[in-house]
Design a protein around this ligand. Structure first.
Ligand code: PLP
Length: 493
């Protein structure tokens, strides 16, 4: 039969076979496709929609499994003859119009979670140049990783690693992490204080669950990491934006705005996204304040491995004598974010509450990945890889600076950053960064605006440009393209 199908959206979040399934199912329920009617052949559908045969077969298989269609050998696929009337009439009552709104279906806590979604889809959300915080995948030592995976995927290891494991993490990984953060970041801890979690995102969420009650105030760096903000909002916290000065988190401003905060989320090694490092005096003042006022400090040490000039300051946690700092780190930046492994170092008193919260939320991080990572750390592969990517990222930052200054000297202001994986490129005063980021996204460049990371509107707009995960060729091409976009948006030549 002749059936005109709407085109499928290649960029949509749902796969194309799902979209085709939805379209055909709706056509059957609306009786545009009547019971007993033969569907167009897979070949016709492939050519009409310009999709692969597999896409059509997947959609057909699902419709068949759910009873909407039936295959007849040698003859084709037909809409099921005796679809129940109830099914067919269900569609004619508009389900969308009569459905109660989702707010009435979920809890207040659920509503807060929905409203504080850390990853809303924005034009700049797609992973392509220059989405910030993404490491290089082409430099990753795949062969070594594969060998380590093979080492652990054996019958002998399966007896151990395929069982439920301990919520706090594999002992060998906790030891390797404690040794690493002790040596490289002067974090003071024993392996018992290390909890292996699914990235910093989970560490922040656990901190919100364990330490906050609804209505508690949380000091947030502004601009700052929006995913942390979401975790606290979802817990019903009151966010208190704290401005950033040359020394990072402005403690005096925080105290003026809300002295009784229960928790402060800080990135002292390299403020996200603006970049300053918190100096020693400010660190000591913050610790002093925390111990006298009972404020918890959540130290997010997300990218301190990437320092290109000068000595990194040790972690704040190493200076804490009152047990007020919860330290978090991640393997998302040095290895790859989909690994979803990070760690939380808790003060002694909080080890058990955090372990219990983790057991509830996640039980534990996949054990094989933990075992592989433990070997990767203990056998020196991690440090070798880090040296290699650090050198590459230093060069990439340099190249990005040169290209931006060469192509956009009158539009973007950039300064070298002694650390990190991105640059903040300041727009001329008065230019709206969100509309510039939207224009860049149209040209396939993901450059989130500073406003996206801000609670209060920034005084000056900027674009955040990640350089670590993009090759030199992509940097050259991408900056040329960004220059064209910004010039045309701003009407300069
Ligand atoms: C400030 C900050 N902390 C932590 C992370 C890493 O989060 P995760 O370990 O959950 O991947 C990021 C990633 O963008 C970040 O920007």
């Amino acid at each position: 039969m002749e059936l005109l199908l709407p085109p499928l959206d290649r960029d949509a979040a749902s796969p194309m076979y799902d979209q085709l399934y939805d379209t055909l199912r709706a056509a059957i329920l609306d009786q545009h496709l009547q019971p007993g009617v033969k569907l167009p052949s897979t070949r016709e559908m492939c050519s009409q929609l310009s999709v692969s045969r597999n896409t059509v077969l997947e959609a057909f298989a699902r419709l068949q499994a759910e009873g909407y269609v039936e295959g007849r050998v040698g003859s084709g696929t037909y809409v099921t003859q005796d679809l129940p009337d109830a099914l067919l009439s269900a569609r004619s009552v508009s389900t969308r119009e009569s459905a109660p709104s989702v707010e009435t279906m979920i809890s207040e806590r659920g509503r807060q979670i929905v409203e504080s979604d850390p990853l809303p889809i924005r034009p700049w959300s797609r992973l392509r140049p220059f989405y910030p915080g993404i490491p290089s995948f082409e430099l990753f030592p795949l062969k070594v990783w594969r060998q380590l995976v093979d080492r652990h995927i054996t019958p002998a290891r399966a007896a151990d690693l395929f069982h439920y494991g301990a919520s706090e993490g594999l002992p060998q990984l906790r030891e390797a992490i404690a040794a690493y953060v002790g040596a490289s970041r002067r974090v003071k801890c024993t392996p018992d204080q290390v909890l292996v979690v699914a990235g910093t995102q989970q560490a922040v969420d656990l901190a919100a669950r364990v330490l906050l009650d609804p209505g508690d105030a949380v000091w947030m760096e502004d601009p700052g990491w929006q995913c942390a903000r979401s975790a606290f909002l979802a817990a019903g916290a009151e966010l208190v934006p704290v401005p950033i000065d040359d020394d990072g988190f402005d403690l005096d401003a925080a105290r003026r705005r809300r002295p009784g905060a229960r928790l402060a989320h800080v990135t002292p090694s390299h403020q996200f996204p603006l970049g300053p490092t918190m100096g020693l005096v400010r660190r000591l003042q913050l610790l002093d304040w925390a111990s006298s006022s009972g404020t918890w400090i959540l130290e997010d040490d997300y990218d301190s491995e990437f320092r290109y000039a000068g000595q990194p300051l040790p972690a704040l946690q190493g200076l804490d004598t009152a047990g007020r700092v919860i330290y978090t780190g991640t393997f998302s930046k040095v290895l790859f974010p989909a690994l979803r492994i990070g760690y939380l170092v808790a003060p002694d008193a909080l080890v058990e509450p955090f372990r219990a919260a983790h057991a509830l939320a996640n039980r534990h991080v996949p054990a094989v990945d933990q075992a592989v990572l433990a070997d990767f750390l203990a056998e020196g592969h991690f440090i070798r890889h880090l040296r290699r990517v650090r050198a590459a990222y230093g060069e990439r930052q340099q190249l990005m600076l040169e290209r931006v200054r060469d192509r956009l000297p009158d539009i973007l202001e950039v300064a070298p950053d002694p650390a990190g994986m991105h640059l903040v490129a300041w727009l001329p005063p008065g230019v709206d960064d969100t509309s510039m980021a939207e224009a860049a996204a149209e040209a396939e460049i993901s450059a989130p605006p500073l406003s996206y990371y801000s609670i209060e509107s920034p005084k000056r707009g900027a674009l955040v440009l990640g350089y670590a995960g993009v090759t030199p060729a992509q940097i050259k091409f991408g900056i040329r393209r960004l220059a064209d976009v910004l010039r045309s948006a701003l009407g300069t030549t």
